[in-house]
Structure formats: structure tokens, C-alpha cells
Design a protein around this ligand. Structure first.
Ligand code: FMN
Length: 198
């Protein structure tokens, strides 16, 4: 089976980069394939053009989406699952990933008479500098989950999960203390992504 990994972090000097590598290792160790979009490395354009806006706003199927958007949509439809790996920036995905949804989830692909396949699984893995208790008590974790699972993934996937790896700020010793254990968990998530599916 094949997973499309949408990875979004501006630096290789990051915990999130290690999350990406651990997940890929898990997936490939059990013989599955992956496609990776590294949005910063690709310099993926995330501002909508006026033409793109009007196409979506008027629910039009034409003109055809831009080549870089079509390439991303083809990666989705060539896969059985989609996984997003990113750091939380201001209680959201980085703007680059938000813009990826603006442009790639087009009318006629992700909504309307959609050509996007229903994927077996969707998984969101994000690192958050703050402790989970803070994100939960302020309702922030819940709102991030709602946006990703309840809107962006929604019924485009059969099953979805949102997992946050907290306390990853360089301000806290917990970043280092939890490092290996977190990466082991992510490796296992990669290994088990397609468990039970043929
Ligand atoms: C611009 C910016 C905004 C951030 N906003 C948040 C936030 O709202 N909530 C949070 O828990 N962490 C926040 N963080 C921390 C990141 O989510 C990330 O977990 C942290 O940078 C450590 O992971 P890394 O080494 O992969 O970058 C922010 C970091 C940056 C650089």
C-alpha cells in the first residue's frame, strides 16, 4: 500500500524532521511505499491566484488547476492514505500547509462533483511546543483537531486520527527527555498504518 506524506517544516534542524524520518522508516520497514511532498523544500506556492479563487468561489470546473496543484492531487489519488506531519504554529498548521489546502482541495477535486478518491486512512502528526494540559485546558487542541479532522479530512478518509507530540519547545527539558520515546511511537504508527488492511 502507499501513503502520501505531506510534510511541512522550514528546517531540518527540528524535532519534526525526526518525526518524518521515523514515520517513513516504520512505513518502509513493513514493505509499504510512500510519496513525500516536502512543502518548504518544494517551495510550494501557497497563495491563491485570483483565477484560482474565482474558480472555487463560482464552483467552476474550469480552467484546469495549475500543474503544481494537479501534481499534488495525483499524489493523493495514487495513495491509500494521507499523513500530515508539521509543527503547530499559532494553533494552526504552518501557513504553507494551510495554503496547500487552499490550492489543492479544489472544487471538482475535494468537494462538489469530486474526483478525489476516498482514502483508507488519514493521520495528522504534529509537534507542539506547549504541554498538552495547556492546549487542552484552553480548548486549543480541540479546535486544531476539529479543523483538520472535521473539515479538511472529513469524509475524504474512512478513518482519521490527530496525534500531538507536546512539550517539544526548546525551552523545556522534556523535549530531550521524551525524544526517543516519541520517535519510537511514531515509528510504530508508521509500521501499523495499514495494519488490518489488504
Ligand atoms: C512561529 C511559531 C509559532 C508556534 N506556535 C505554537 C503554538 O501556537 N502552540 C504550540 O504548542 N507550539 C507552538 N510553537 C512550537 C512548535 O509547534 C514546535 O513544536 C516547536 O518549534 C518544536 O518543534 P521543532 O523542533 O520541530 O520545530 C511555535 C513555534 C514557532 C516557530
Amino acid at each position: 500500500m502507499k501513503v502520501f506524506i505531506v510534510y511541512c517544516h522550514p528546517s531540518e534542524d527540528s524535532f519534526t524532521r525526526h518525526m518524518r524520518d521515523a514515520f517513513i522508516k516504520g512505513v518502509t520497514d513493513v514493505g509499504h511505499e510512500y510519496i513525500l511532498s516536502d512543502l518548504y523544500k518544494m517551495n510550494f506556492k501557497t497563495d491563491m491566484s485570483e483565477e484560482e479563487y474565482l474558480r472555487d468561489a463560482y464552483y467552476r470546473n474550469s480552467p484546469d488547476p495549475a500543474a503544481d496543484v494537479l501534481a499534488e492531487q495525483e499524489k493523493v489519488n495514487a495513495s491509500d492514505a494521507i499523513v500530515f506531519i508539521y509543527p503547530v504554529f499559532w494553533t494552526e498548521a504552518p501557513a504553507k500547509l494551510v495554503g496547500w489546502f487552499d490550492r489543492v482541495w479544489t472544487y471538482g477535486f475535494a468537494y462538489g462533483e469530486k474526483t478525489m478518491k476516498t482514502l483508507e486512512k488519514g493521520l495528522v502528526l504534529c509537534s507542539a511546543g506547549n504541554p498538552r494540559e495547556r492546549l487542552e485546558s484552553l480548548g486549543l487542541l480541540d479546535s486544531m483537531k476539529k479543523v483538520m479532522l472535521g473539515d479538511r479530512l472529513f469524509n475524504r478518509v474512512k478513518e482519521a486520527d490527530f496525534i500531538v507530540f507536546d512539550n517539544t519547545s526548546r525551552e523545556f527539558g522534556l523535549r530531550e527527555e521524551n525524544w526517543d520515546q516519541n520517535l519510537e511511537k511514531i515509528y510504530e504508527l508508521g509500521k501499523n498504518l495499514f495494519a488490518g488492511l489488504k
